[in-house]
Design a protein around this ligand. Structure first.
Ligand code: PLP
Length: 379
């Protein structure tokens, strides 16, 4: 079986699993308990917080653990809008639903006016338009992702940060797809909020974190006990947090080698597909090494009678990837990202996303199978 859906989730690293096990069996205390069983676990959580803070160059007090990327995005957006009484937000139509649906719900309830930064047909954002929007509005929340999970486009969040500073805007950046794959240095990037999700870099599912710059004081999103210094009620996902920190530590330790390996796999897939499938194209910037995630390739396939069955056929061949063409009918809403890029709905779209565990042989196998499916189609 070949797994090329690593932007959806990644397999757990055995080293991460080994670090988590003692916190399932041996160290089971509640970190809020003041006795020795509790204190042992509290100390492990604080060590994990410090590990993450050091890796992204912030203070441990600026990291809060969450149930994942979605909760962290919700917290950044909802808590900021409410705490600062913001009436305006700017995002792009290419964001993950964790951001888009959260902002849309605030717009629907009348809390904010939402505007979208313009982009071209490759998904490049128009930062002059962002400036125009910010110049004509009161203090605004700007929520623009670092890298797109479907087409892999990398946004220049450093430039966005400078624009936000110029107009006193609050910057949130969904960094779920880049955390653990690129080095973040929050002393250089002056974003107010970034987020991470462990299962995107070989950690466990259901745990993530938010970095909140100490300059913006936000209230909790989830109310309850005094966990996370009153910022997130609920008993901590202890072994998840241990796994999250371990996974990020490994990701940073091995990043250069893995980046090289994965970029080579992606380049190989681009070459193989281009050689074997006439008319193949790549959506967004995903074939451009300097403008897209090295982990994601979004393939646009020529219209054919097999288009609708592509993922099913790959699945039969034991290949896991994900899809989402542009809208084909009213019943099938399609991918909101490919729709926003005005992609041809008759072309097939497959997102291949790679990890450190994939091999060149797997790439050759997948390219050959996909080309084989096209070869069978009558001209
Ligand atoms: N943001 C982006 C860009 C993502 O790709 C994902 C996951 O697919 C999320 C947010 C949500 O993260 P989680 O699955 O941890 O809730």
């Amino acid at each position: 079986m070949v797994y090329l859906d690593n932007a959806a989730t990644t397999p757990l690293d055995k080293e991460v699993f080994d670090a988590m096990v003692p916190y399932m069996l041996e160290y089971f205390g509640n970190p809020s308990s003041i006795h020795a069983h509790g204190r042992q676990v509290r100390s492990a959580i604080e060590k994990s917080r410090k590990t993450i803070a050091t890796l992204i160059n912030v203070a441990p007090a600026e990291i809060f653990f969450t149930s994942g990327g979605t909760e962290a995005d919700n917290m950044a957006i909802c808590s900021t809008v409410r705490a600062l009484g913001l009436k305006h937000a700017v995002t792009s139509r290419l964001e993950h639903h964790a951001v888009l649906h959260t902002l849309e719900s605030l717009e629907k309830s009348g809390e904010i006016q939402l505007r979208y930064v313009a982009h071209d047909e490759r998904g490049n954002l128009d930062l002059n338009h962002l400036e125009e929007l910010l110049a004509t509005q009161e203090q605004t929340l700007v929520s623009i992702m670092h890298a797109n999970n479907e087409i892999g486009n990398l946004n220049d969040i450093q430039a966005i940060s400078e624009i936000c500073a110029k107009y006193n805007a609050i910057q949130h950046s969904d960094t779920v797809q880049t955390m653990g794959h690129y080095r973040h240095d929050l002393q250089k990037l002056k974003a107010h909020f970034i987020v991470g999700s462990a299962h995107k870099f070989h950690g466990p599912k259901g745990v993530g974190f938010i970095y909140t710059n100490g300059a913006v004081k936000i209230p909790p999103l989830i109310h309850g006990g005094s966990q996370e210094r009153n910022m997130r009620g609920g008993t901590e996902n202890v072994y998840g947090i241990i796994g999250l920190a371990k996974a990020l530590e490994i990701a940073y330790r091995d990043m250069d080698a893995h980046q090289q390996h994965i970029q080579n796999l992606k380049n190989r897939m681009i070459s193989r597909l281009t050689e074997q499938i006439p008319g193949v194209e790549f959506n967004g910037n995903s074939a451009m090494a300097d403008k897209s995630l090295y982990t994601v390739l979004n393939v646009s396939l020529p219209p054919s009678e097999i288009t609708e069955m592509l993922l099913f056929n790959l699945d039969i061949n034991k290949i896991s990837a994900s899809g989402g063409s542009a809208c084909t009918s009213g019943a099938n809403a399609g991918s909101h990202v490919l729709n926003a890029l005005n992609c041809d709905p008759d072309r097939g779209a497959i997102r291949f996303s790679f990890s450190k565990y994939n091999t060149p042989d797997e790439i050759d196998y997948v390219a050959e199978k996909l080309a084989g499916l096209y070869a069978k189609v009558p001209a």
